[in-house]
Design a protein around this ligand. Structure first.
Ligand SMILES: [Ca+2]
Length: 194
């Protein structure tokens, strides 16, 4: 204990020494490490690859309500629901690596003319459905990127969730559950936390 404390002191002193020895003009212009987005294990979450009306690799049971839209060269997914309390889901399944313990899910969302349903989950959200190898839901329902109101423009949402025990698959769902409105999704990423 005493000797390891001694080593900590030595290392700290060495660190302070090297800091103090740093020249005062240390602001040599370097290529700033840009805030690069963490790598995503979710393919085509930017929706830039398109097949017909849908993004490559994504599926929906409500094709009449889900479309890829291009705006200033950027593609995003628009869910349009013109009647109250309707649902549309665009989903993509991801194999879960057993080494994954926590995931951060990010998305950009935008909404107008939004009318939510009665339940707390009746809203636009990036739903996260963890399933075992048999396709059965596992774990608690995690926090998700969600919207409860209209937005003036794109807004960023981010959550970090635990990977439940037994999870073999994650279904990522850009969804509007039992609501009405026009909801846009873009830049959906899933990053593995160390
Ligand atoms: Ca995009």
């Amino acid at each position: 204990m005493g000797s390891s404390f001694g080593w900590v002191v030595v290392i700290l002193l060495a660190a302070i020494g090297s800091f103090a020895a740093r020249p005062a003009v240390a602001t040599t212009p370097t290529t700033a490490p840009a805030a690069t987005a963490p790598s995503s294990v979710l393919p085509n979450g930017s929706f830039e690859h398109v097949s017909g009306d849908l993004p490559d690799g994504w599926t929906t049971g409500q094709p009449e309500r889900v479309k890829v839209i291009e705006e200033n060269g950027n593609h995003f997914v628009r869910v349009t629901i013109d009647k109250p309390k309707q649902t549309a889901i665009l989903s993509r399944a991801l194999a879960v690596d057993p080494a994954w313990k926590r995931l951060t899910i990010r998305a950009r969302l935008r909404a107008k003319d939004l009318k939510l349903g009665e339940e707390g989950w009746h809203e636009p959200r990036v739903a996260l459905f963890f399933a075992n190898a048999d396709g059965e839901h596992v774990g608690k329902w995690p926090d998700v990127p969600r919207l409860r109101e209209n937005t003036a423009g794109w807004i960023d949402r981010e959550v970090t969730v635990d990977v439940p025990d037994g999870a073999a698959k994650l279904d990522v769902q850009c969804a509007v559950f039992s609501a009405q409105g026009v909801v846009d999704f873009d830049d959906v990423t899933v990053s593995v936390e160390e």
